[in-house]
Design a protein around this ligand. Sequence first.
Ligand code: SF4
Ligand code: SF4
Ligand code: SF4
Length: 169
Amino acid sequence: MSDEVKLSRRHLLRGRFKAVTPAAQLPWSLPWPAFVADCSRCGDCLTACPEQIIIKGDGGFPELDFTRGECSFCGDCVSACSEQLFRPTDQSPWDYIAQIADSCLANQQVYCQRCQDSCEARAIRFIPMLGRVPTPSVDAALCTGCGTCVADCPVGSIKVASPAAKEHE
Ligand code: SF4
Ligand code: SF4
Ligand code: SF4
């Protein structure tokens, strides 16, 4: 039996074909198909996360909800997992960065700089513009994807995701 057929049978048996790729996976986690193939949905990572940002998503698989808080990159979710679902934690946890939607208050000429204040990495800067309120912009080189700014935005205009996700919207 080919590896592909074995994997397909394994997925069928575990009923995990329909698990939709979440907007935000756990830090250091393997690509989604490999992750769902072996995640037992035990919930140990949920319990381990001191920030309580891990939730049970589609199919009961863990994913992150940055509206609950930020990732401190403590690695406790990785340590708590008894499966082989994560890359080494001395590598970068992900390529996620903050992305600001057009619904940002600055686009309605409302003064707000909450996201800048919440970002410890100083990745959000406001560009002064003649005749209008300053607009936020994310420095991809500085943003760690921690998600702190997500919950702090009063109108929910920020999401943290892979830059590739933005290109495919
Ligand atoms: S690294 Fe720490 S804060 Fe981030 S999701 Fe894992 S347990 Fe939670
Ligand atoms: S995700 Fe974290 S590092 Fe990136 S802009 Fe938001 S607060 Fe700053
Ligand atoms: S906190 Fe939200 S609304 Fe305020 S400037 Fe930042 S993205 Fe715009």
